[in-house]
Design a protein around this ligand. Structure first.
Ligand SMILES: NC(=O)c1ccc[n+]([C@@H]2O[C@H](COP(=O)([O-])OP(=O)(O)OC[C@H]3O[C@@H](n4cnc5c(N)ncnc54)[C@H](OP(=O)(O)O)[C@@H]3O)[C@@H](O)[C@H]2O)c1
Length: 460
């Protein structure tokens, strides 16, 4: 992280040492930790007892990885299992403070494919076969022996693909201050993908107003935000995606100057030449493979390539080679990989920036949501076939953000196993989006119980 970049960040502090604790690579994926526990076992305080006085137990379903794989993931690589009854309290005598959470939203991300391999040399360890799959989520605290959390808090962070998770490193959780922004956005726009776009674009790409920017997998969770940041910065932006519907989204919803369906282009080099007759200054690399080769031939002098990921190579045991790397030399191109968590010190600034721009209507955001843990394996596999439209999440249960088209009344509907959480003043576009994309699927599954509950409460 170079402080010389700050002139490009009008929203970042400008003091000489704005982030004195910044030390890339020392705290991947962690916000500054809470103080470490002083004792090995954590006595429950009176306040904790009061917070969770009537703890019972609940069945816990979970999605486990069956075994390591060395190919593209399939649904049957994962299994939904009954994890038995889980006491709704942090167990007595736990080795240090812990937090029991009810998972609300879980996210499917491409990096999780790498954790399905028997490979221990990555920046994050592999999953354990037979154990619950770990992933980022938004959850509600059910019980806590950590002084930083109480029952009812809404948190985001690393959790499990299950209904309840016992989190033994609560210091990695972020407490979410609830606002009128949907909770699920803390896994996308305001979460890891949004942060990846933010640091990748500002810290790695060194953008200048008027530059030509190309984004691949542009309708994905990261790409859609990169394109919008580039537009806000005054750049010319083109994105590629794998369906015509996504291409339309890029232009109509996310404001890209142009977009194309890479699957319909027989010659990617020629396609890029068509969209960038003067060449590309910045390439935000999400896919790798033939696209990277074509981009290299179209880069301008002193261009920058931010290597965020290479989703086309994830399922390959023998990744495709890159043929045009020599272009780096005559064109003096910089190509740099990055991991978002190395820049975690920028997270508070990122949150402020995104929240403000989203509320001002300057950043749009779309997510794709599946309902229920049982659909998690299909949702994950869909990431690699391009079936998902944008960021893919799944709703576990018990807290559903349900919004109606503008002008319709909103009410709290306490259902038997489904608590509907109203957002107060979501922007009209977000409302319409969520109504169109989320509610119809939910209706299929919850209408009978919802109607019964509403009728019982005399609501119409
Ligand atoms: N460096 C970091 O810190 C960091 C953090 C987060 C994510 N990432 C990486 O960033 C990239 C994008 O992540 P994301 O969360 O935005 O992904 P995403 O929302 O899950 O989008 C994935 C999209 O990639 C496209 N895709 C899949 N297979 C492809 C292939 N063979 N060739 C071309 N496109 C393909 C598909 O869209 P189409 O229909 O358009 O093909 C798919 O919808 C990934 O490589 C991920 O690993 C890196």
């Amino acid at each position: 992280v170079g402080f010389s970049y700050h002139p490009r960040h009008p929203h970042l502090p400008t003091s000489a040492t704005p982030f004195p604790h910044c030390s890339p690579g020392t705290s991947p994926g962690r916000l500054p930790p809470f103080p470490p526990p002083k004792t090995l076992t954590t006595p429950r305080t009176a306040a904790m007892e009061q917070a969770n006085p009537r703890a019972g137990s609940a069945r816990n379903r979970k999605v486990v990885l069956r075994d390591y794989i060395s190919r593209a993931p399939r649904e049957d690589d994962m299994a939904l299992v009954d994890g038995g009854a889980v006491p709704l309290r942090v167990p007595e005598g736990a080795a240090g403070p812990a937090v029991l959470v009810k998972n609300l939203y879980l996210s499917c991300d491409p990096y999780m494919r790498g954790r399905m391999r028997d490979f221990h040399g990555s920046y994050i360890p592999p999953f354990k076969p037979g154990s619950v799959i770990e992933g980022l989520g938004v959850a509600r605290v059910v019980d806590s022996t950590h002084p930083g959390f109480v029952a009812g808090d809404i948190v985001s962070g690393m959790t499990g693909w299950e209904e309840y998770s016992l989190i033994d490193k609560p210091e990695q959780l972020n407490k979410i201050q609830q606002s009128d922004i949907p909770l699920s956005y803390h896994l996308g726009l305001l979460g890891m993908p949004g942060f990846t776009a933010y640091v990748g674009f500002y810290e790695i790409c060194s953008p200048k107003k008027g530059e030509f920017v190309f984004v691949s997998a542009a309708s994905g969770a990261v790409g859609q935000i990169v394109g919008q940041l580039a537009k806000l910065h005054g750049c010319y932006v083109v994105g590629s995606a794998g369906t015509n519907e996504k291409v339309e989204l890029l232009k109509d919803k996310f404001g890209f100057d142009a977009a194309f369906n890479y699957k319909e282009e027989p010659d990617l080099t020629a396609a890029l030449k068509r969209y960038f007759p003067e060449g590309i200054d910045i390439y935000f690399e999400n896919v790798g493979g033939p696209m990277l080769d074509a981009v290299l031939l179209n880069m301008r002098m002193h261009g920058r390539i931010a290597v965020c990921g290479m989703v086309s190579q994830h399922g390959m045991t023998d990744p495709a080679g890159i043929h045009n790397l020599f272009c780096l030399v005559p064109k003096r191109i910089s190509m740099k990989g990055f991991i978002q968590s190395d820049y975690i010190n920028l997270f508070p600034q990122f949150l402020d920036y995104m929240t403000k721009h989203y509320k001002d209507g300057k950043i749009a955001y779309l997510e794709d949501m599946s309902i229920g843990l049982e659909n998690a394996p299909a949702a994950f596999v869909g990431l690699f076939s391009g079936l998902s439209n944008t960021i893919l999440l799944f709703l576990v249960c018990n807290l559903m953000t349900l919004t109606l088209p503008a002008g319709r009344p909103r009410q709290h509907f306490p259902l038997q196993d489904l608590e509907v959480n109203r957002t107060k003043s979501m922007s009209p576009s977000a409302e319409i989006h969520r109504f169109k994309r989320v509610v119809p699927v939910q209706l299929l599954q919850v209408v009978p119980s919802a109607l019964a509950a509403l009728t019982g409460k005399g609501m119409t």
